[in-house]
Write a protein that binds this ligand. Structure first.
Ligand code: NDP
Length: 290
């Protein structure tokens, strides 16, 4: 590849390599009498949630592990929801479980991370797992949130250095921006965590070696936000629909791709990495159960 050519950080080759390793780990567990098993609790019929859970199930089952989606009605009472979750998490044959978000409005106040015990918390939202991040976890030992974990994995694969770099994250959600800021800090990056109240966002993005977009605003990041160096790497977490209804990220990919050193595409970038991380977390949880 030409030295000046932008690296398009597709997840596909990395996932292909990782799947072999995960299949082997799955077989080894089966020889010990353990079938890695995940249960996904899905309340209501939000079409995006249905699609995400089906994709996760397909990926997990392809490894030789088991994944069941427990579909519950959207008008489920809070007590019944809590009873269902309690039954699932106490089942010793289940190694990992999570509640697919978002929950319907009347259940949205529930802190789902606290319903799942830390050792089965494949989403990494339980406060014990969050505390590990606060204490310096880099992702080797504890279960950590899937999207941040996937971002570190893809950067490593494509040789995008994190240590000693200035990284600007745009978006401070509990599932992406905040845990990611801790994880990258643990990897010795210097992190700016920006949000909708950040003044002069461009000053933060222009000084960054790596920009990570996680705001949910189609094609928001344009050339105006970049430095002139063409050396910045861009990680796009966003999943939005453009004016034609096509899936697109938070970056204006075609506008900026020739002005950066590397960029993740949407689709085919961070979305599949999140699913890979989930599968890695499931196998980690099942191996720990030995
Ligand atoms: P949330 O909607 O929970 O939060 C959005 C964040 O972006 C908030 O912190 C908000 O700031 C900030 N924000 C919104 N608009 C702006 C703006 N104009 N300038 C600066 N900051 C802004 O986001 P999620 O993290 O849940 O999701 C973000 C995107 O990532 C979505 O498109 C989602 O679909 C996608 N996603 C993709 C995943 C994947 O696997 N690829 C996984 C998870 C999410 P404030 O806090 O001030 O309101």
């Amino acid at each position: 590849m030409n030295k000046n050519e932008t690296i398009i950080m597709k997840s596909k080759p990395l996932i292909k390599e990782s799947v072999e390793n995960l299949k082997n780990r799955c077989s080894a567990l089966k020889q010990e009498g353990i079938i890695p098993t995940m249960k996904v609790i899905l309340v209501g019929d939000n079409p995006a949630s249905l699609l995400y859970t089906r994709n996760k199930k397909k990926f997990i089952e392809n490894l030789g592990a088991e994944c069941e989606i427990i579909k519950l009605p959207s008008d489920l009472k809070e007590d019944d929801f809590l009873d269902h979750v309690a039954d699932i998490v106490s089942d010793p044959s289940v190694h990992g479980c999570f509640v697919q978000l978002p929950l319907p409005k009347h259940l949205a106040h529930i802190n789902v991370g606290e319903l799942i015990p830390p050792y089965k918390d494949v989403d990494g939202f339980n406060k014990f797992n969050v505390m590990n991040l606060y204490q310096g976890e880099k992702g080797e030992g504890a279960l950590i949130p899937c999207t941040p974990k996937g971002i570190v994995t893809i950067c490593n694969y494509y040789g995008i250095e994190i240590e000693n770099k200035n990284i600007t994250i745009v978006g401070r959600s509990l599932i992406v921006g905040k845990p990611l800021s801790l994880l990258l800090t643990n990897h010795n990056a210097t992190v700016s965590l920006c949000h909708s109240k950040t003044q002069n966002l461009k000053d933060h993005t222009k000084q960054a070696d790596i920009i990570i977009m996680a705001i949910g605003s189609a094609k928001f990041l344009t050339r105006d936000y970049l430095s002139d160096s063409k050396s910045q790497a861009i990680i796009d977490v966003g999943m939005n629909q453009d004016a034609e209804g096509k899936l697109c990220g938070d970056t204006d990919f075609h506008n900026i791709k020739d002005h950066v050193s590397a960029i993740t595409p949407v689709p085919g970038g961070i979305g599949p990495m999140t699913i890979l991380s989930l599968a890695q977390n499931l196998l980690q949880a099942a191996e720990k159960s030995l």
